[in-house]
Design a protein around this ligand. Structure first.
Ligand code: KIV
Ligand code: ZN
Length: 551
């Protein structure tokens, strides 16, 4: 790295907009969306998608509700051309979906693009040429006037061929590529020169796409650029101003959101931020950010895992575990205090006590995007009793009494710590079973029977102590009390039942019950025991022995 980076790099110059209005605004509605997964996203893949993969992704995008989908660059390769033809000829494009195709301002490419569109119902033809000082100087070696002439000529070549698509509803789009690195005055000049050719009207608007081709500044600067354009372009009402951000500085989403505040109408991007270099704008994040503020994005993301699976299969790209909304770990809490807060928040929400979502640590209800509560809480050595209890209850309906949670939490924590990894709910249940339910030494129950008359119960039971079978009898005001007295008669040091809960565990033929009993020894020490049996009374007797075995 440079010791003085200012010798090599410089800040981006501010936009001449001192009375900017976007900072005081709030988003109130969703923009229109255009997925560029099949073009910008595809051209960024080491192995571009084949026709079958593009079709699968196209159909997934349609199911998500995208009504504008850039399907490719048909003049760039035979695959792209063939894909376009397949969509049109095989009727894969629903009536409410417009396909968009990209083309450079070159006559041969425009000609081929028109050939690829024959018979389409509705299309957007997207013309672009690059406009920034670096592109003008390094790539084209042309002046501003010459760069403008390229755009105008491209627009004319398109205009002249429109009659070749009879019966096709054609909308036109122009992108001054590298807009965000272009002087705003020149971006306006070149955009208006294209408008002069295409003559958009409020009834027949053209799309002016203003790309953040490479993020060169902070998102507030992009917002200034968009507001400047919206306020200074002529015939604004004849334009659909579109955003197309990339993520070079990691702020593609922010730039789009601020660009919408600044007056844009439309957003281009890719699922999960796929695209050149650091990616295009992540459409899913912007859409769900709107959703979490109560604005329906107009996209159906209710099966986000399913969308992610198709995306991964088709593009070969992954979604990082901490990716907003879609990442495997984003609705997961390992930390005990987070788990506790989430558990309480989810319980409050489930009780119906609140109208609006306000669960700590969860921006939206994971269920709304098809994710499960059970993945919300996962247990590792950082987790506390809350997470352990949540998983046991959520997965196995084991509703640990609060005080038992306090007892088992640290035990589970030590076991997980020793393993040095995350544990599954099944593993946690096994730990719980081993610690409580399967405690059969020194005491084990062989047989128990109790009869009660007028609130007085007599029990007869067989237990094994240290391998030796004992037959005992006892009397009390309930079966448990009778059993405790029977044990006292066998010389067990005095203890009391301090707490007792029970509930059904499973229903149907497999029906069983679980009982939790806390006993207190003569020295004041308390321990929980747990019993499970198909017979509720036997579950509680087993629980007494489990507690005794742990005392
Ligand atoms: O990033 C970009 O500028 C583009 C244009 C072709 C719109 O992808
Ligand atoms: Zn792009």
């Amino acid at each position: 790295m440079q010791t003085d980076p200012s010798q090599k790099y410089r800040p981006f110059p501010p936009v001449p907009l001192s009375d900017r209005r976007w900072p005081g605004r709030t988003l109130t509605h969703a923009p229109s969306w255009c997925s560029v997964d099949l073009r910008d996203g595809n051209q960024a893949l080491a192995v571009p998608m084949n026709v079958a993969q593009k079709l699968e992704l196209f159909q997934a995008l349609v199911r998500c509700g995208f009504q504008e989908i850039e399907v490719g660059f048909p003049s760039a390769s035979n695959t792209e051309f063939a894909f376009n033809r397949l969509l049109i000829e095989k009727g894969h494009i629903p009536d409410n979906v417009t396909v968009q195709v990209l083309v450079q301002a070159r006559e041969d490419l425009i000609e081929r693009t028109f050939q690829s569109l024959a018979g389409a119902r509705r299309v957007i033809i997207h013309l672009y040429n690059s406009t920034s000082p670096a592109q003008r100087r390094v790539v084209f070696g042309k002046s501003r006037e010459e760069i403008k002439a390229i755009a105008v000529q491209g627009a004319r070549w398109i205009q002249e061929r429109l009659h070749r698509l009879p019966g096709t509803d054609v909308r036109l789009q122009y992108s001054p590529e590298s807009f965000s690195a272009t002087e705003v005055e020149f971006a306006r000049e070149i955009s208006e020169a294209v408008m002069d050719v295409w003559r958009p009207t409020p009834e027949r608007r053209m799309i002016l796409n203003l790309p953040d081709t490479v993020e060169v500044a902070m998102p507030n600067v992009y917002a200034d650029q968009i507001e400047w354009m919206c306020r200074n372009l002529r015939d604004r009402e004849a334009l659909i101003v579109s955003l197309h951000t990339h993520n070079d500085r990691g702020t593609g989403v922010a730039a789009t959101e601020l660009g919408l505040l600044a007056g844009a109408d439309r957003v281009e991007g890719c699922l999960f931020g796929n695209g050149e270099r650091t990616g295009n704008l992540d459409l899913v994040t912007v859409a769900l950010n709107l959703y979490m503020h109560g604005i329906h994005p107009g996209l159906n993301l209710s099966d986000l895992d399913g969308i992610r699976r198709i995306y991964t299969r088709c593009t070969g790209m992954g979604v990082p575990p901490r990716h907003p909304y879609a990442g495997e770990l984003v609705f997961t809490a390992f930390s005990g205090s987070h788990q506790d807060a989430i558990k309480k928040g989810l319980a409050e929400w489930a009780s119906g006590g609140r109208t609006h979502w306000d669960v700590p640590y969860l921006t939206i209800d994971p269920a709304d995007i098809g994710r499960e509560y059970s993945e919300v809480i996962r247990v590792n050595s950082q987790s506390g009793k809350g997470g352990v209890a949540f998983l046991l209850e959520d997965k196995f309906r084991i509703e640990l009494p609060k005080d038992l949670q306090r007892e088992f939490g640290p035990i589970a924590n030590d076991l997980v710590d020793a393993l040095g990894r995350e544990v599954s709910a099944e593993e946690l249940r096994d730990m719980f079973w081993k610690e409580y339910v399967e405690r059969t030494t020194p005491w084990r129950l062989v047989h128990f029977h109790a009869d009660g008359v007028d609130g007085v119960f007599d029990c007869r039971c067989t237990v094994v102590r240290d391998g030796q079978e004992l037959s005992l009898t006892g009397r009390g005001n309930g079966p448990i009390a009778a059993f405790v007295h029977a044990l006292a008669g066998a010389g067990v040091p005095k203890f009391e039942v301090a707490d007792f809960r029970q509930h059904a565990l499973e229903t149907g033929e497999e029906a069983s019950a679980i009982a939790y009993i806390q006993v207190q020894g003569a020295d004041g020490r308390k321990r929980w025991g747990v019993g499970v049996d198909t017979h509720i009374e036997l579950a509680s007797i087993q629980a007494v022995l489990s507690a005794l075995n742990r005392l």
